[in-house]
Design a protein around this ligand. Structure first.
Ligand code: FE2
Length: 308
């Protein structure tokens, strides 16, 4: 396997619990990275990094009642999410992953589907923070503005989108997640490099993923997720996963958060395309400069009197 340090890392979101990288971009975000990871070097070149911290949901533990109970939040966030973060911190100490943002650790440790040991804890830490921020008290209803327009464009209607999302969440066999994502990827599911996406590629999609996998590893921009691990709903709904999914969509989704994420995704994509164009122009300029240098050398060599 190639050194992790030499592998390309995809661009991920800067905020809303995404914990990603934003070269050259600054966004006004209500939620910052999962944790600032300030690294320092001491004498003897020991690298010291701040650990990832367990970020609480952006509302009190009982704020989602009666749709999601305090008890569920206390177990789900306080025990399950906490364990992912604590285990991740133990796993990455002294590895090449130490010091990376959470989003980058997810992508790098996915390792083309041949996952490194840290992947599950990193992705679950990322997914849960994203999940908490996908909900709000008195949520649900219908989105508006550009998000609604894109949903209607890409799914036919909001009702058809709801049907597709609920179906994905209900049919994910075993543990996993369902997602609404903005697909403008330049990677395929094997993380192979593809050409830049065309306009036709830029659309909303519903996908489901097993266990800890999330759409970052396919270079999609996640916009909304629902956790369909049993631990997410068993205390409130027992085995009635479809009821949990319906309540999530009808009463809990924060469409404002989803709209913000869409806005950020599109801005990041524009920035990424500009960066790609800039690199392409630089490469072309370098090639032109090399050609000119060769031409000048040949011409000057031809003028050398010693060669006459
Ligand atoms: Fe969970």
């Amino acid at each position: 396997m190639a050194s992790l340090a030499t592998r390309p890392i995809a661009l991920t979101f800067p905020c809303q619990g995404l914990g990603g990288r934003t070269p050259g971009l600054q966004f006004q975000c209500t939620n910052k990275k999962m944790v600032p990871r300030k690294c320092a070097r001491k004498a003897g070149s020991t690298k010291i990094c701040a650990k990832f911290e367990l970020k609480p949901p952006p509302y009190p533990m009982d704020a989602l009642e009666p749709h999601m109970s305090r008890e569920t939040l206390e177990y789900h966030w306080g025990k399950h999410h906490r364990a992912y973060v604590e285990n991740l911190n133990k796993q990455i100490v002294g590895t090449e992953l130490d010091g990376m943002s959470l989003g980058d650790i997810v992508i790098v440790s996915y390792n083309n589907g041949d996952m490194l040991p840290a992947f599950n804890n990193a992705a679950q830490a990322w997914n849960h923070e994203f999940f908490w921020e996908s909900m709000k008290p008195s949520g649900g209803g219908k989105p508006s503005g550009e998000l609604l327009q894109l949903i209607e464009r890409d799914f036919g209607s909001f009702e058809k989108f709801l049907q597709e999302f609920k179906s994905a969440a209900a049919t994910q066999f075993g543990s996993g997640w369902a997602w609404l994502a903005y697909k403008a990827n330049r990677l395929n599911v094997d993380n192979a490099v593809n050409p830049l996406p065309s306009e036709e590629d830029k659309k909303l999609v519903v996908v489901k993923s097993p266990n800890a996998v999330n759409p970052l590893v396919w270079d999609y921009f996640p916009l909304l997720t629902i956790d369909v691990w049993e631990h997410a709903y068993y205390l409130d709904f027992q085995n009635r996963r479809p009821d949990y999914i319906s309540i999530f969509m009808d009463k809990l989704v924060s469409w404002e958060a989803v709209s913000r994420r869409l806005e950020i995704a599109k801005a990041l994509l524009v920035e990424r395309e500009k960066e790609e164009e800039r690199k392409k122009r630089e490469e072309e300029d370098d090639e032109t400069a090399d050609d000119e240098a060769v031409k000048m050398y040949v011409e000057s060599d031809g003028d050398d009197p010693e060669n006459d």
